[in-house]
Design a protein around this ligand. Structure first.
Ligand SMILES: NC(=O)c1ccc[n+]([C@@H]2O[C@H](COP(=O)([O-])OP(=O)(O)OC[C@H]3O[C@@H](n4cnc5c(N)ncnc54)[C@H](O)[C@@H]3O)[C@@H](O)[C@H]2O)c1
Length: 266
């Protein structure tokens, strides 16, 4: 049975631990770590696992797979050491791979794998297939309630008054690379779409603020010699963290099921 270490015991981490502890997915949590010792202890109790005091200690555990569901900073610091130790990594804080130098170093590794779940969106499998032909255009359009965009560096810089918007308004249009620095809260989705398709410099991103919106909507449009695709996700938030979509939690659990399974679909 696959031995799993969980880094980050928040909304995503706790649901993963629960799914494994309840036997809904095959695998055994051997070790957990969180900056909050209380959370780590709760997860460890649920799963009958050890608590590690640091990321280094977590990586030294016997686990074959490390699930990172903590933060972009945590992901940055654990990726290369985990690969050195021949661990497989399930990476939720996909934003870490927006750093081209880190991405290049990760891609050079042999003998291990970094798995990026589809997270809060879909269509990554189709983009991956489409780029084997000529993939000409990929656009990610994200629509959020204005309050979810408040405080983003791009909004602060441009002096946009989001609270005065009366109708759905496009507030940003640019490359994924530009979107990543302007809207760090959108970073995981923009990086995942870029990795599957055309990269951060050729993937286009539009961000809409909609005062009527209650939830986040992500739409992926693509065109190439395969034809065209359109994929829309209307994401309900997870119960534990309103900023995290429940689909992202489920995508991580589905990925773990896939790792332990024989049949690989998509
Ligand atoms: N790929 C996607 O589509 C997607 C979707 C949602 C969230 N995410 C990312 O997944 C990660 C987890 O999301 P969440 O909703 O569970 O967050 P959360 O805030 O509910 O939980 C994160 C947990 O990680 C812990 N943590 C943070 N930094 C740490 C560090 N350096 N070392 C140890 N523990 C640390 C926190 O204490 C917290 O308990 C975030 O980075 C988030 O951006 C990705």
């Amino acid at each position: 049975m696959l031995g799993i270490a969980v880094l980050g015991c928040g909304a995503i981490g706790m649901q993963i631990v629960r799914a494994l502890a309840e036997g809904r997915v095959e695998g055994r949590v051997v070790c957990v770590h969180d900056l909050s010792r209380e959370r780590a202890q709760e997860a460890a109790r649920l799963a009958g696992a050890e608590v590690a005091d640091s990321i280094e200690e977590l990586l030294q555990s016997e686990a074959e797979v490390v699930v990172e569901c903590a933060s972009v900073d945590a992901a940055r610091s654990m990726l290369l050491p985990a690969l050195e130790l021949k661990k497989q990594v399930v990476l939720l804080s996909t934003g870490a791979l927006a750093d081209p130098e880190l991405l290049r170093r990760v891609e050079r590794f042999h003998g291990s794998k970094v798995h990026v779940p589809s997270g809060a969106i879909g269509a990554l499998d189709a983009l991956r297939a489409a780029r084997e032909g000529e993939l000409r255009r990929v656009l990610l359009r994200t629509t959020k309630p204005p309050r979810a965009l408040q405080g983003s560096p791009y909004v602060e810089r441009s002096g946009l008054e989001l609270s005065s918007l009366r109708k759905k308004t496009r507030i940003f249009s640019g490359t994924a690379l530009e979107a990543i620095s302007g809207f760090p809260a959108n970073i995981n989705v923009a990086v995942a779409v870029s990795l599957a398709g055309l990269g951060t410099e050729r993937t286009m991103v539009e961000i809409y603020a909609d005062p009527e919106a209650m939830i986040n909507v992500h739409e992926v449009f693509a065109e190439g010699d395969f034809g065209r695709l359109y994929f829309r996700t209307e994401n309900l938030p997870s119960r534990e963290n309103p900023r995290t979509s429940q689909l992202a939690v489920l995508s991580a659990i589905a990925l773990l099921r896939r790792l332990g399974g024989v049949l690989q679909v998509g």
